[in-house]
Design a protein around this ligand. Structure first.
Ligand code: NI
Length: 388
């Protein structure tokens, strides 16, 4: 795989970092030891500034290039998942019930690799801000860092992120302009009726009958209320009610998730879901209370930044190993918050055949680490060349 030579020279170090991180996974905002490891490496590399403690255990490092210029942001996530690892790898998770099943150990390693190279060579103008964030897998560490003034504090003008992708050829880089990952919201609906003997339904108000109508009606939101050109998902994932064969209960509960690739569709689905639930319940003599919680927004890549990322990827791995026409994913990503604040691009890096993301047999492919690190480094050198 084509990479920057200097980065290839320390491939073994990157492997060692990655496997150390893999063996010591931490969840959500609790990436204390991971952050400590990152800071130790950054100190060895001689970066110019390290800020710890953003979003509890996030780290930002600044490397200055030669001469004045803008600040480009590069981001990696550091957190693991509450999954029990099943493979008996030599660097298997030492933390019961936790594992790096999404490859954030690889993401952190690739950004560290770029940091080492950039701190050594400084073949760029302006500065680079390396963002190591906690809590991507829920919790919104990226959102919290933005709320703590990430962009303003470091003067970041554009941001780039990356995710490894199992099942895609190792070292291949794909992306798309515009929406690339979905918004992810959750909802809970509590339907209240009136309990009764199951043999005397006329004396009660059946919340199960109401809940079933709501469930059926909700299936019409995407098919009847969303522009057919746009994507939307409404999935009911829980429906709980009742305790006995001969009792009509007082309450029924429905919960689920809503995914979209467009802020307008998201607003529309939230409004329709609430209207349908409350009006069907009241029409049938009961009531419904809807709690709609907005999660990560749509991850929207800036088209000009995607063009730029494509050019950098083409020069690195060759155009035959790059696509900028990837289909969007209905998964979600909290890099979306960074992209709401600054233009940038999010790319997928193939790791070859491997268990899927969030699977207990997943493992990052160390072979691609130099590709990811080289891509990050080339983004900086190409975006901010030295003024001669
Ligand atoms: Ni992930």
């Amino acid at each position: 795989m084509p990479v920057i030579n200097r980065i290839a020279e320390f491939h073994d170090d990157m492997k060692a970092w990655r496997q150390h991180l893999h063996a010591h996974p931490e969840l959500l905002f609790e990436t204390r030891e991971t952050a400590k490891f990152v800071v130790e490496r950054l100190r060895e590399f001689g970066v110019d500034e390290i800020v710890e403690g953003m979003a509890e255990n996030g780290v930002v490092a600044v490397i200055k290039g030669q001469g004045d210029g803008p600040v480009i942001g590069l981001r990696a996530d550091m957190d693991a998942l509450p999954i029990q690892e099943v493979r008996d790898l030599p660097y298997k998770s030492k933390h019961e019930g936790k594992m790096h099943a999404c490859g954030h150990d690889g993401h952190t390693t690739m950004l560290l690799g770029a940091a080492r190279y950039l701190a050594e060579t400084r073949n760029f103008s302006g500065s680079v801000a390396l963002i190591f964030q906690p809590a991507e897998e829920g919790g919104g560490g990226g959102r919290v860092m933005c709320e703590e003034g990430l962009m303003e504090r470091f003067g970041i003008t554009q941001v780039y992120g990356m995710h490894n992708w199992p099942g895609m050829e190792a070292g291949r880089i794909e992306m798309r302009p515009g929406p690339t990952m979905a918004s992810a919201d959750t909802f809970d609906i509590v339907v209240t009726g009136k309990g009764a003997h199951a043999a005397q339904p006329d004396r009660g108000i059946d919340p199960i009958a109401i809940g079933m109508q709501i469930g059926v009606a909700m299936q019409t939101i995407v098919s009847r209320n969303v522009d057919p050109i746009h994507a939307g998902v409404v999935s009911i994932t829980k429906f709980h009610a009742g305790t006995a064969h001969n009792v009509i209960p007082e309450e029924a509960m429905l919960s689920g998730t809503v995914r979209t690739l467009d802020a307008g569709v998201r607003d529309r689905i939230e409004a329709r879901l609430t209207e349908l639930a409350t009006s069907i319940a009241s029409g049938m003599g009961g009531s419904a209370e809807v709690t709609y919680i907005r999660g990560y927004p749509v991850t929207v890549c800036d088209p000009a930044s995607v063009d730029f990322a494509e050019e950098v990827a083409n020069n690195l791995v060759g155009p035959e190993n790059v696509s900028a026409n990837r289909e969007p994913e209905m998964g979600s990503e909290d890099f979306s918050y960074l992209l709401e604040e600054r233009p940038g691009a999010y790319v997928y890096l193939g790791i070859g055949e491997a268990a899927g993301l969030h699977h207990p047999e997943y493992d990052f492919n160390d072979a691609v680490s130099p590709v990811g690190a080289s891509y990050y480094a080339k983004l900086v050198e190409t975006a901010q060349p030295i003024n001669r």
